[in-house]
Each structure stands twice: as structure tokens, then as C-alpha cells.
Design a protein around this ligand. Structure first.
Ligand code: ATP
Ligand code: MG
Length: 444
């Protein structure tokens, strides 16, 4: 309940307003409102984490997290439009329409006993100050505080220098930090790939040493980070780093075995093309990107072998296997499956005129076609088949809408941006792609 002056940050580098580039213009209006309200009531208030990092990197942050010395209960009192959330640690969401801003009470890390083999931190709930809250964070670039009191930037861990030099550096002993929370290793890769930063030597060594500990982390957290890595910008760089550090072997070993190292290169190519598309302002949904993991299985197909069913069920098996390992929502594996079945359809049935007409009017045809184009557009043996589909698509009657308008809209586990306004409709699609198969199934 006091505003600190600079002496409170004795061990920090405090950068005064004239000497850094963060201006209130960069900060979300509602976040500013929260900061000022906290200040008015005598609390400390800071913008923290990714938002500070992104503004310093010259990018507009996708969300603004706030830290304060007010307790969650005091926050509830101060902001009527708010809700307390979180089991592991309590934070407060302050709502503005359908947007919410996270406000967290400054914490310190519960000290870990490094003599213990198992450093996994379950509880993390003790209050702290800017200093202790800095040191519980994962990387130096994520541990910067913008103080609304005097607009200064508070840096306890060297994050400003590391942003400038493009370095991902663990705070504290990386081996200890990664054993406490193995997901941090994936986060290091995520940030390195997304920002084109280097992972600092000791951090890198620790990831190599502890990568297998990722199996101790909870599947939803791992899955979330993996999908961030492949679904975000530079997913090609991200998956390559995952492979280099051994995470693919540990997490998706069976998948890697099925596609082989050559297959892995094909996946890299596909992701690199997706990145090129993103550079030109075209973004794909997450299922689309994830379905790219199975490009190698399509590459071996000979459309003249009449084995549509066999390949469809092989793909289904492999997708299901990955879906099980990652605990993916059914909706997502179903979308991946239909996209891949669509690929088979393009290969096997270009000579069936009626089916071709119907198929190009399928609301997801453009996604299916884009996938084919990105993966196999340059395969000359397929040009005659591609001609058929392209010509049919030119003459179609239904209207197909545009692309996703930003990379963030890919964080959604459903096809969208086309005709359905965000809903994926597997049944409708199945009636086109799998008519015969559906009929046969019903008879059984
Ligand atoms: P993004 O732009 O991807 O949201 P971010 O840095 O904001 O990046 P979040 O997952 O939103 O990442 O986390 C917010 C902040 O919380 C981070 O900047 C970091 O300081 C801290 N943090 C998040 N996860 C961890 C973790 N596993 N260990 C320690 N600190 C973490
Ligand atoms: Mg964030």
C-alpha cells in the first residue's frame, strides 16, 4: 500500500522514462485504466511479461498482463467487473466487454530444495515484490516490469540487454528451472523460433540434458506449447528445434518412426511454405498446420492403385495415434482427418465428373485444395489431375470466402474464415467425401 521509490529496487537496473521506448500509447486503454485505478488507491501497478517484451521488440502485444501488490481479494473489491480464477495460484480477470485483462498479485517462488531429485513445483502461491516476482519467471526477456508510477522500466535479470541481443536466457540455474517445470524448455524453443532469438549456451545445454523430463509435465500444457510452436509464425524453425533437442523423439517417437527422417524433411518444407504464405498475409487454421504432419504419408501414394480405403484408414490410424498421445479434442482430429481424406479424394477421383462438381462446392474445398497445392503443387506427375480440379473450381457455383486475417485467429481449434463463420461441420463434409463408405458402414 505504498508507491515505491527507486531505492526499493537497489539491485535492479531501473530505466527512466526518457531512456526507454515504452510509451503509454503502446498500452491498451483498458489496461491503462486498471493501472491508474490501482495507483489511485495506493497500490503498485506494473505491466509485466510478454507485453513489455513485445513493445520493446517493436511489436504490438496480443495481451497485457498486470502485476500489483494488491491481493486478489482487494482486487475483487476494487474492480466490480472482475472474477477470481486459478487453482494453482489465484489471479483476477477484469472484464471489459468480452475482453479480459489478467491482474496478478506479485509473487515469489516457493524455495526449492535442490538436494531433492524431484524439483517439480506444484504450489507457487506466496506473495512477493517486484524483485522476487522477477526471479520466479522463466526467461530474462519475460521478467521486465513497466511501472505506472513513474513510467520506468525495472529489470532485475538483464532482460533489456537480452532483448537487444536477441537471447533467450533462463533466470537462475537452467537445470533447476527446467526440472521445476519442464514446459519451460518448450517455451524457450517457442520464443527462440517466434522471435528468431538464440538460446543462450547454458540454457541450451540444460535443455539437451533434461529434455526427456518433458514427459513429467501435464499433457495439456505440453500440447498447448507444441501447437503454439508449430502453429505460430516460423513453425518450421520451431519444429526443427524440437527435433534437434530431442523432443520429437520423446513426445512423438512413433510418428517420427512412421514418417522417417525423409518424411520429417517434407514436413519442414510444408511448414516453410506455410510461413511463406504468412509472410504474404495468408494464415491457416491450426488443424490445417497440424495436418501437415502427415504430408509424408500422402507422398507415397500412387493414385492408380485403387486403394483409397486402405490409405484413408491408415491415415485415420496415424492421426488417432497422435491425437491420443496429445490428448487432442475429437473435433480437431476429425478436422485433420477430413482434410487428409480430402487429399486422397483429389488424388483418386478426378475422373468422376459428378463427384468432382460436388466436391468443389464443398465448403472446405479451398482448404483442401490449398493443402494439396502447398504440399504437392510442384509435383509434375500430378499436373493433369490438378488441371481437373482447378477447372472445376473455376466453374463452381458456391462462394468461397477469404483467408484468416491474422496469425492469432489460428489459435482456434476449428476450421473457420470460410463459409461457416467458425463452425466446422464434419457431417456435411462426410456426406460428400465418404458417401460410399458411410453407406457401407451403416449396413454393418
Ligand atoms: P505470449 O506472447 O506467448 O503470451 P508470454 O510471455 O506473455 O508470451 P504467457 O504464457 O502469457 O507468455 O505468460 C506470461 C508471463 O508469465 C511470461 O512472460 C513469464 O514471465 C511468466 N511465465 C509463464 N509461464 C511460465 C513458466 N512456466 N515459468 C515461469 N514463468 C512463466
Ligand atoms: Mg501472454
Amino acid at each position: 500500500m505504498r508507491s515505491p521509490d527507486q531505492e526499493d529496487y537497489a539491485d535492479a537496473r531501473v530505466i527512466a522514462r526518457p531512456d526507454h521506448t515504452i510509451s503509454r500509447k503502446d498500452i491498451d486503454q483498458d489496461a491503462l485504466r486498471i493501472l491508474y485505478r490501482l495507483k489511485k488507491h495506493g497500490y503498485e501497478a506494473y505491466i509485466v511479461g510478454g507485453a513489455v517484451r513485445d513493445i520493446l521488440r517493436g511489436e504490438h502485444p496480443k495481451d497485457f498482463d498486470i502485476a500489483t501488490d494488491a491481493s486478489p481479494w482487494e482486487l475483487k473489491e476494487l474492480f466490480h467487473n472482475s472474477r477470481m480464477v486459478g487453482r494453482r495460484f489465484r489471479i483476477v480477470h477484469v472484464y471489459f466487454g468480452n475482453k479480459n485483462i489478467e491482474v496478478a498479485t506479485l509473487r515469489r517462488q516457493v524455495p526449492t530444495d535442490t538436494s531433492d531429485d524431484d524439483l517439480y513445483v506444484e504450489e507457487d502461491n506466496a506473495w512477493g515484490d517486484v524483485e522476487s516476482d522477477s526471479f520466479r519467471r522463466d526467461f530474462t526477456i519475460n521478467a521486465l516490469f513497466y511501472d505506472i508510477n513513474d513510467f520506468s522500466l525495472i529489470d532485475y535479470t538483464g532482460g533489456v540487454d537480452d532483448i537487444e541481443h536477441k537471447i533467450i536466457r533462463s533466470i537462475g540455474d537452467p537445470g533447476v528451472r527446467f526440472q521445476e517445470d519442464p514446459v519451460r524448455m518448450l517455451r524457450a524453443i517457442k520464443f527462440a523460433a517466434r522471435f528468431d532469438f538464440e538460446i543462450e549456451e547454458a540454457t541450451r545445454t540444460a535443455i539437451k540434458e533434461h529434455h526427456a523430463d518433458i514427459l513429467k509435465a501435464s499433457t495439456p500444457r505440453v500440447t498447448e506449447e507444441l501447437f503454439r510452436i508449430i502453429g505460430q509464425l516460423h513453425g518450421d524453425v520451431g519444429i526443427k528445434l524440437l527435433h534437434e533437442f530431442g523432443f520429437i523423439d520423446v513426445l512423438w517417437g512413433e510418428w517420427l518412426e512412421v514418417i522417417g527422417e525423409d518424411g520429417f524433411e517434407q514436413v519442414l518444407d510444408f511448414f516453410a511454405r506455410i510461413q511463406k504464405e504468412a509472410d504474404e498475409g495468408r494464415f491457416y487454421p491450426l488443424e490445417f498446420v497440424a495436418a501437415g504432419l502427415f504430408v509424408p504419408l500422402l507422398g507415397t501414394i500412387d493414385p492408380l492403385d485403387n486403394q483409397y480405403q486402405k490409405h484413408a484408414s491408415h491415415l485415420a490410424t496415424e492421426i488417432r495415434a497422435l491425437g491420443d498421445v496429445m490428448d487432442l479434442p475429437k473435433r480437431m482430429t476429425a478436422a485433420m482427418m477430413s482434410l487428409l481424406r480430402g487429399q486422397l479424394y483429389l488424388l483418386y477421383f478426378p475422373h468422376r465428373k459428378k463427384n468432382v462438381q460436388r466436391f468443389v462446392n464443398n465448403p472446405d474445398f479451398d482448404w483442401i485444395w490449398s493443402y494439396h497445392d502447398l504440399a504437392f503443387g510442384e509435383v509434375t506427375e500430378l499436373h493433369s489431375i490438378q488441371e481437373v480440379w482447378l477447372r472445376a473450381a473455376e466453374n463452381r457455383t458456391s462462394v468461397q470466402a477469404g483467408w484468416l486475417d491474422s496469425r492469432d485467429s489460428r489459435d482456434v481449434f476449428s476450421f473457420r474464415g470460410k463459409t461457416g463463420g467458425g463452425r466446422y461441420r464434419p457431417d456435411e463434409e462426410r456426406s460428400i467425401i465418404n458417401k460410399r463408405r458411410g453407406g457401407r458402414r451403416r449396413r454393418r
